[in-house]
Design a protein around this ligand. Sequence first.
Ligand code: PBG
Length: 326
Amino acid sequence: MTHAPRIRPRRLRSSAAMREMVAETRLHPRNLVLPLFVREGEGTREIASMPGVRQHDLDSLARELHAAAAAGVGGIMLFGVPATRDATGSGADDPSGILNRATTLAVREVGEALVVQTDLCLDEFTDHGHCGVLDGAGGVDNDATLERYAAMALAQAEAGSALLGLSGMMDGQVAHVRAALDAAGHTDTALLAYSAKSASAFYGPFREAVDSQLVGDRRTYQMDPRNARDGVREVALDVAEGADVVMVKPAGSQLDLIARIAPRVDVPLWAYQVSGEYAMIEAAAQRGWIDRDAAIAESLVAIRRAGAQAVLTYWALEVARKESSR
Ligand code: PBG
């Protein structure tokens, strides 16, 4: 017995009650944001690569919004799936475009209960699938795109969105959109900057989710996944430009970035568990290769533990329901 350890970490793992008592990280429904896809026209559509996620029509969106509010989810993030697309993404700032109509509906139905947020990016609305407008050589024109973002921001603010998700990775987008909103009197509309957003293979299923046909890739504007310091720099720029919340995306493959950025900023830091992260766990679970519920919980806890205060996740509703009944 002389070699018996005096210090035994296992003591704090000895019962479920003890483990709950000493748990450092919790998933609270209010720290979860549910992304929702809304298609123009009647009828919903399954998204094959994201089992359990669908493109809503306005009727089914309304039902999902009330379910999210009842479960105590912190917010929703709306993505539009328009019926037609063009070179400049004109559906994005059309007040009767699908995203702005869905926003008006969401604000009316659940605007008091949760934070209604909107994706502010052109890729869902352009026929070439890029996040901005193209220049003569087929590249994405940063400064011309800023004008489109400003118009989109005004339309979303008019529709009542509380938090605009700037996901396009154009330089200067936060400052430009902030100035446009303020000039129009929308001084209380907040900005969520997708600051450290990498050009990621894990966005694959999202393309199907929004019916986007991307020509080429996004490497001239989204970050190179090999770089962490670029993410730190992007976050600092966005905070200086007036971002109210900053984000790391994807989450699971960039936990180091979350941990690195968290102590450096005084604004909330969120993370996006993206479509591919969702699809991987669902696919493995369908084959019986992984314990689905445990894997979902562990993946989300890891993101929170790394330092993200809130997480955008396609499991938000399911996890919120589970956590609030615990
Ligand atoms: C841009 C946007 C994308 C995602 C969220 N906003 C696509 C992209 O940048 O390529 C991806 C989210 C996901 O994969 O779940 N509008």
